[in-house]
Design a protein around this ligand. Sequence first.
Ligand SMILES: Cc1cc2nc3c(=O)[nH]c(=O)nc-3n(C[C@H](O)[C@H](O)[C@H](O)COP(=O)(O)OP(=O)(O)OC[C@H]3O[C@@H](n4cnc5c(N)ncnc54)[C@H](O)[C@@H]3O)c2cc1C
Length: 457
Amino acid sequence: MKTVRIIGAGLAGSEAAWQIARRGHRVSLSEMRPSVGTKAHSTGLCAELVCSNSFRGAALHNAVGLLKEELKLWDSLIMKCALESEVPAGGALAVDRVVFSELVDSTLRQHPNISFQEEEISAIEGYSAEEPLIVASGPLSSPKLSSAIESLTGDGNLAFFDAISPIIYDESIDTSVCFRQSRYDKGEGDDYLNVPLSKDEYYDFVAEVKAAEKYTGNIAVESDSLEKLRPFEGCMPIEDMIERGDDTLLFGPFKPVGLRDPRTNSRPYAVLQLRQDDREGKLWSMVGMQTRMKRADQDRIFRKLPGLGAADFVRYGSVHRNTFIESPRLLDATLQYRGHAGLFFAGQITGTEGYVESTAGGLLAGLNASLLLEDKPLIELPEETALGALMRYISDPERKDFQPMNISFGLMNSYLNSPNRDEKGKKIGKKDRRLAAAAVALEKTKQISASHMPTTC
Ligand SMILES: Cc1cc2nc3c(=O)[nH]c(=O)nc-3n(C[C@H](O)[C@H](O)[C@H](O)COP(=O)(O)OP(=O)(O)OC[C@H]3O[C@@H](n4cnc5c(N)ncnc54)[C@H](O)[C@@H]3O)c2cc1C
């Protein structure tokens, strides 16, 4: 029997181990806890939930609800244990965290194909197509392993924190106010959407940001690591910039030079630029708007900006400790490292944000490592599925300024390109369009998962 080695028995590593073992292959699972800990974990159990006990929304018109349904069709261990340990949480899937991790832990420890090693791995080596290795060491990968990963990826391809700007849907931007133009007409001349602000609007924005409620860390992050983020000028949160003076943003993300508002044919007092975030131009990121403001305040304050009154957020701004690689440059949508047969990365370290998304990556890496051992072609999942769309997002070589991403219907072309009017011209609501895209995704997942069911258990 051939063996796959996995580094990390978190959500991704546990799911990968299960997918490989149930296909009849051997797994050697290395986990450093409890002898070597992290700042967030407190047990030695597999798949410990480090913060919230929620796997988020369960409804199918919610992208994470769809992703969970797809995972169930793939016989996900994490989903099975989550359902067995479910606690009431309205429309969300929340679990008793101890029962959940104990279930995952005992299932994996009792599996005859899985052996556990309690050890801290500090090198990425010894992998091949015959002996694959999955790196699933998570956002808190140990420093020794992080430096081994950095040696592999090269300088600048491993990040230690997220400083994320919000992304909004194009259809929610008022283009009678926001104008297309590149600074000094560079590039195609109209690559950016620009939000023009008057003097009063700019200083109102600054005052609102100052008064807004902020997270001290986005998700249970240690406050000292936020202090360490301050030197990274390029990714500084807006509130930190404002601390240096009310005008600072005018020389950074609100710089108006080289831009003219076609309505007035003059340079606005301040301009916030929106940059296209997907090939189709359906998603736009707010350049330089990384922030620790609470989501309700982001909603309120960003929607006060001209032309953004109806802004629909795909992702909010945030800052938190997170180790992740520059996946678009390094990984295929199979999660195999480009040019390195047998080396896979999975989970949050690939830039997929969240418990469910991390599990999804573990599932795909486990499946593809198994296919490699079976001498079968690796699979890239169709982009009409939530899992396929997420993997396509993180592995798109055209992607610039990569930052971790949650699953969202905004990543799925099947949703973005779906008509918003029926044959009679009647508007089709967002929820119905999402449900239609979800039905396609589940049908595709059913077909592909059925053709990749294990022959041995
Ligand atoms: C502080 C914090 C809070 C978060 N809160 C949430 C939340 O509330 N909801 C949400 O959806 N997402 C949250 N996330 C994001 C993310 O979904 C979780 O971190 C998730 O656990 C990631 O899954 P993973 O399998 O990639 O990593 P993990 O679950 O962290 O698993 C990685 C495993 O690798 C082990 N490991 C690390 N280095 C080594 C090594 N050198 N050798 C051997 N083992 C090693 C670790 O001990 C760990 O068990 C949070 C992240 C952080 C950092």
